[in-house]
Structure formats: C-alpha cells, structure tokens
Design a protein around this ligand. Structure first.
Ligand code: C2O
Ligand code: CU
Ligand code: CU
Length: 489
C-alpha cells in the first residue's frame, strides 16, 4: 500500500509557484544562506590526511563463477562522519558506505538481508538485470526486524559498476543516514589490462546540524522546502565515507576509477587539474571505444569508468574537483553553486616514472537496439514533482508492455531544472537528445534530462516480467511521487 510519508508536506506545497511565492516573501539575505537557515551545520572537515580506502570487499571475484551467498544487515549505528562529531546513522554491515560486492557474470547470488532498522527497508540493486522479486522496490518492503533473500543470477554481458541502496517510501532519508554501497560485476575476460590498478570511488554529500546529526530540516520550513525543490544537497563531500582523502598514483601509472555518484541530488562535474580522463564506460559497463575528455558529468545515481593516466611528475599533487553545474531553477539555486569544490587529493609517489601500459582501442561490441523494431513510444513528461501530471500510485500501472518488446521512451523535461530519469530492470540505449543523435552507444539505466530538454532511449524488456519502477532519481522528488510503474508481462 502506498502511504505518503507523514513527514512530508502535501503535494500542493510541491508546486514551484507556491515555493516561489513563499521565497519572495523573505528578505533577500535570508535566501543567501539557504542551506543554513535555522541550522548551524557542522563545517569541520574530516581528517585531511585520511587515505582513500575502498570499502571492504564482501565477496571477491578472484574465483570461478559460482554461488555467492552473503548476509547484509542494515542497522542503526553511530558514525564519525566529520571530525569531533558522532552521528546517529544507518549502516550496512556496520559501515558507511556498505561493503563492496564483487561479482562475476554467471554468478548465482543469494543475499540474506536482515532489516534491523526501526522502519521498513529494502535493498535495491540499482542497474542490475534481475527478477522483479529481487529488485527491492517498495512492492517488497521488509518490515523492521524482518529478513528477505535476494536471489539472482548475474547475466552475461552485464559487467560494470552498479550500486545498492534502500528503496522504501523514504529512500532519501535512509541513504542520507548512510545506506549505500557499490557492486562490481566482472566479465570472464576483462579487456582492461591487469596491470591497471582499480579504485572504487563512491561519492556522496551530506549536511549535519551542530550536534552532528544528519540535517533533515522540517519539511514545512524554508530549508525543508528548498531541499524538496532542489533535492537535498550538503556542503560536505565524501569519497568512500572520507572527507578530502588522498590517493596515491605513481608517475606513468594508469588507474581505473569506478565512480558512483550516490548523492541524493548533486550532479558531479569531475575534473583533475593537469589531466584528462579516458572515459571508458558508464552505468551498464564498458563502451566500444574510449573517449578522451577534460571533465566528466556524473548525475546522481549514474556511474562512470575512467582511466586516469599519471602524467604528472614524482612528488606532485593534483586535486580532483567538482566544477559548477547549474541544474537548478533560479529561485532556489544555492548562492555558492558556481564555486568549484575540492574532493580528493591525488598524490604522486616519489618512485620513478613507470613505462605506460598499452591500452586497448576497443573494449567490447555493443549491439544496437534497432529503432525499426520498436512497437511503441512512451512519452514521459516531467514537470516539477510529477510524471505525465501524476503522482506515483502503487496501485496504478502507468505503462504496460509485453515481455521481450522493444520500445522507445521519450522523456520530456518541461521545467527549468534537471531531472535524472531512472528505469529499473532493463538497461537502455540513448538514441538522441533534443533530436541530436547520441555520439556513441552505451548501456544506461539513468539519464540526466537537463532543463527543458528531451531525451529518447530505446529499451528491450528482456527476460524478467513484473512491475518495475521508473522515476526521477533526485530522491526528494521520487520519494514524493515523481515515479511511475511499468508492468511487463
Ligand atoms: Cu537507484 Cu529506483 O533507484
Ligand atoms: Cu534502480
Ligand atoms: Cu526530479
């Protein structure tokens, strides 16, 4: 049963016009510190010398495909997110982010989920192609104290970087409290040379009150309504749970970065001073060919894979930043939105330069889904908080389609802020943006649709029937009903 979160204001308040009216009745100086009105956030950074460490690997992939059986427990704990504060948090297996799951194509996976939280929860395997009963959507809530077994087989061709997070009716709240983790799926033969070291980098942001608690303002307050509008952002940026950590690279070395943006709303625009990236993959795995870029946009819930070449000299440092990205409507755009922010220090060791490893020019073949085979076009018009003018209803099917069908989805953003659109269950291929063909093929499960733009993608409902969610991945939007249901049967 869908019951709206009692903590949230009624959908009426959701309207931009209402918020704008409320904002314009405030003195301008009150808008300036909009993240902070009535809240004194903790600004102290964590230990600056912290080394980036990946979350522990729960199961690793240095083995043959087989049966993988693990237990993941979600429970309340306290975490020192920022120096000098102890924050009441939620954690998977006691840590934030949760352990990384390393899986292989062909693995049969059994995850025993124990919910020790004081509220219903689930684990959703964002991007994985699996049976609907293992999808962890709000159709399969696990009550407090309950347990659930997620069982699925990792399908061939799905190697890539994914993530897991809860998916109840207050997903934003539970992720902000610390529930998120990475999933890596490995292919039988990885085209990236084995000499290339791999780093899993899970980015998230958060905001805390002066007593160290995760800051969830009263939804009826101005900060609460700004969160509601923009999606909740925080001034403190985390990499694998640490603030501004350092990571070593050796001159000449190539590293493979698997990046997950686990933020509720923040869009990352990553750049590493003095370096370019080789962009080799995104949500659904590797591209056919690498792409050299100066910076990379990663919307919340998207993933990218980058090859980072250590072109600096021994002893140098470089700072990974997120550059300004204007995803906001002007009325609620944060005052400091245009300031670049440091996230991570890349420290060159003093070792002599390595001979660069030879990188492949082709990673894999991605067969095109054929638009001529499409049997329907689904138009999704996103307004502020709604899809096709409707709020989510668990008892309504918004799209019904036969198993195996190939269809085109046309996602229209009618409003002046970006909405990242996510489909459960099936990876898709972007066809075009505002009519301009996508420059190359890739598998995606989330696509950011910038203000007033239209994106079309093509998808095949392979293998798994059921009721699948689609939604804006700004968690404040999806939790308040910017979501629909696709039934495949
Ligand atoms: Cu990442 Cu429906 O979720
Ligand atoms: Cu998902
Ligand atoms: Cu949205």
């Amino acid at each position: 049963m869908y019951s709206p979160n009692p903590l949230c204001p009624p959908p009426l308040l959701w309207r931009v016009s209402a918020l704008v009216a409320a904002l314009s009745s405030l003195a301008p100086h009150m808008l300036a510190g909009q993240e902070h009105i009535d809240h004194k956030p903790v600004v102290a950074a964590g230990s600056p010398a912290a080394k980036v460490s990946g979350p522990p690997i729960l199961v690793n992939a240095s083995r043959k495909p087989g049966t993988v059986e693990v237990t993941i427990t979600a429970e309340p704990t306290r975490v020192s997110f920022v120096r000098g504060a102890s924050t009441p948090a939620y954690a998977y297996n006691g840590r934030v982010p949760g352990p990384t799951l390393e899986l292989r194509e062909g693995d049969k996976v059994v995850i025993h989920f124990r919910n020790r939280l004081p509220e219903p929860s689930t684990i959703h395997w964002h991007g994985l192609h699996l049976p609907v009963v293992a999808d962890g959507s709000q159709y399969h809530l696990v009550p407090p104290g309950g347990q659930y077994d997620y069982e699925f087989t990792i399908q061939p061709g799905t190697a890539g970087t994914y993530w897991y997070h809860p998916h109840p009716h207050n997903t934003g709240h539970q992720i902000a409290k610390g529930l998120y983790g990475a999933v890596i799926v490995r292919p039988p033969r990885d085209p990236v040379p084995a000499a290339v070291k791999e780093k899993v980098l899970i980015f998230a942001d958060n905001r805390f009150t002066s007593d160290g608690s995760v800051d969830f303002p009263d939804p009826a307050s101005i900060p609460g309504r700004i969160d509601f509008e923009n999606g909740r952002e925080g001034p403190i940026l985390f990499v694998n749970g640490s603030v501004m950590p350092a990571m070593n690279i050796r001159s000449g070395e190539v590293q493979r970065w698997r990046v997950v943006n686990a933020s509720a709303a923040r869009v990352l625009r990553l750049a590493l001073r003095g370096h370019t990236f080789l962009h080799i993959g995104n949500d659904g795995g590797l591209f056919e060919h690498p792409l050299e870029v100066n910076e990379i946009l990663v919307a919340n819930s998207e993933r990218v894979e980058l090859l980072v070449r250590g072109t600096g000299k021994p002893g140098e440092t470089a700072v990974l930043q997120t550059l300004p990205y204007d995803r906001y409507i002007p009325q609620t755009r944060p005052k400091d939105w245009s300031t670049p922010r440091d996230i991570l220090t890349v420290q060159y060791t003093n070792q002599p330069a390595l001979q660069p490893v030879k990188l492949p020019a082709t990673y894999r073949a991605i067969p095109a889904l054929d638009t001529a085979k499409s049997t329907a076009t689904r138009v999704m018009a996103m307004s502020q908080g709604m899809i096709n003018g409707k709020l989510h209803d668990m008892n309504r099917i918004d799209v019904s389609a036969p198993l195996g069908a190939v269809e085109i989805w046309q996602i229209e953003n009618l409003v002046g802020m970006d909405h990242p659109f996510h489909l459960h269950g099936f990876q898709f291929q972007v066809i075009d943006r505002n009519g301009v063909p996508a420059p190359f093929r890739s598998w995606k499960d989330t696509v950011n649709v910038p203000k007033h733009e239209t994106v079309r993608f093509i998808v095949r409902y392979d293998k798994y029937p059921g009721k699948w969610m689609f939604h804006c991945h700004i968690l404040d939007h999806s939790d308040h009903g910017m979501m629909g249901v696709l039934e495949v049967k």
